[in-house]
Design a protein around this ligand. Structure first.
Ligand SMILES: [Zn+2]
Length: 124
């Protein structure tokens, strides 16, 4: 059996934090995704609570589905992968504030509020 090797290379641009090495060992920039009905993007696989008949969330029950929102650090930035000149640029994001590395997101009130909600103090 002959193994087929694609003659096309896929190049993915992963944004690394400022000052980090670019050799693959640097920390990736991860943004805070904030739910916002007026947000510029839709997260296709966001977690949603499952409610009972009275509208109260059922503990430990979640479902996935789309959620409109935006990045905490940039209200207008799109999160969908962008392909330009054969290079795909991706935007890493999460709703879990503990995973955020983006310094601009970490400076927002939304980040501080999300950490406070988890009982984790932030500086400043
Ligand atoms: Zn950010």
């Amino acid at each position: 059996m002959v193994q087929q090797v694609s003659r096309f290379r896929r190049i993915v641009n992963v944004n690394v934090l400022p000052g980090e090495p670019l050799d693959g060992s640097g920390r990736v920039c991860i943004h805070l995704f904030v739910r916002d009905e007026k947000g510029t993007c839709v997260e296709p696989g966001a977690w949603h609570p499952v409610n009972d008949k009275l509208g109260n969330p059922i503990p430990r029950k979640i479902k996935t589905g789309p959620a409109r929102g935006r990045l905490a650090c940039d209200r207008k930035r799109k999160i969908t992968p962008a392909i330009k000149n054969g290079v795909t640029t991706v935007t890493h994001r999460t709703e879990d504030p503990r995973a955020i590395t983006c310094p601009k997101c970490m400076a927002t009130e939304e980040y501080k509020a999300a950490m406070t909600k988890l009982g984790i103090p932030t500086e400043g």
